[in-house]
Design a protein around this ligand. Structure first.
Ligand code: MG
Length: 262
């Protein structure tokens, strides 16, 4: 019996080595931080801390630039009817999140994140009405990242291809993933973009996406994966990252799947 088990194990190992994708555990990114935890809120400092506490790979958050050049952390491009790109920081600085926190600036968010060096800080630089404002956003964000010395801890995502290219132009080593779904892995590779970060439906309707990305050396991330069945599906494809509002569940499933493969 023991010998039989040894043979089965050897066959299984050989199968893993025959062109199968490299064994790796899917990493989990908390979408807008772990905002469903007690005392948390989307894009809050609490959501960053909660994501770190449960062992996420990273916390994702959204950044807009005010008219006077302050990068603030918020999902929508308006707060209380005022557009962030056309109003000054003072307009927004007193805004309270649902957990009572004052809206974070990028600086305060990154300073908090630096206390958790194991946690990646996934900055989504939001699109703006014009490319000039997008370019200013990239400059403002990267100035702060470099000043605080957190470049190694930071990764970037954006729907705007202009923003992705501007980040890479300033720092070719920056990890950037494109969100909008209309570029092939080869196109991203040619432009120095390290990863694709596409939505569930798009990924499901493009079964070759993962193999194409793997052969191009492009990392894969899927958003926003909140259902258990979807998590299991994408983990089984060997996706590198899952971005989710349910990070505890995703961590559990990713860990279990990683354990099975090993
Ligand atoms: Mg986002």
């Amino acid at each position: 019996m023991k010998r039989l088990i040894t043979v089965v194990a050897a066959v299984a190992l050989a199968a893993c080595g025959s062109g199968a994708p490299a064994v790796h555990e899917t990493k989990v990114i908390a979408h807008r931080g772990y905002w469903k935890a007690d005392g948390s809120a989307q894009n809050s400092l609490a959501s960053l801390r909660k994501a770190a506490e449960i062992g996420c790979y990273g916390t994702e958050f959204d950044v807009h630039l005010t008219a006077d050049g302050v990068a603030i952390v918020n999902h929508d491009d308006r707060i209380g009817g005022a557009a962030i790109w056309e109003d000054v920081y003072d307009t927004f600085s007193g805004h309270l999140l649902s957990n009572g926190e004052v809206i974070p600036t990028l600086r305060s968010y990154l300073e908090e994140g630096a206390k958790y060096p194991e946690l990646k800080l996934i900055i989504e630089i939001k699109s703006a009405p014009d490319q000039g404002h997008e370019s200013r956003s990239v400059t403002a964000v990267m100035d702060i990242v470099e000043e605080l010395g957190v470049s190694e801890q930071v990764e970037y995502i954006a729907f705007s291809y202009h923003i992705c290219r501007e980040i890479v132009a300033r720092d070719p080593a920056a990890k950037v993933a494109y969100l909008n779904g209309d570029k092939t892995p080869d196109e991203l590779k040619a432009d120095g973009i390290a990863g694709l970060d596409y939505n569930v439906e798009l990924a499901r309707n493009n079964p070759a996406l993962f193999a194409d990305a793997r052969s191009a050396g492009i990392s894969t991330n899927i958003w926003t994966v909140n259902e258990e069945a979807d998590m299991r599906e994408f983990i089984s494809y060997g996706v590198d990252f899952i971005t989710t509002d349910q990070p505890e569940l995703a961590l559990e499933l990713a860990k279990a799947a990683g354990g099975e493969k090993r």
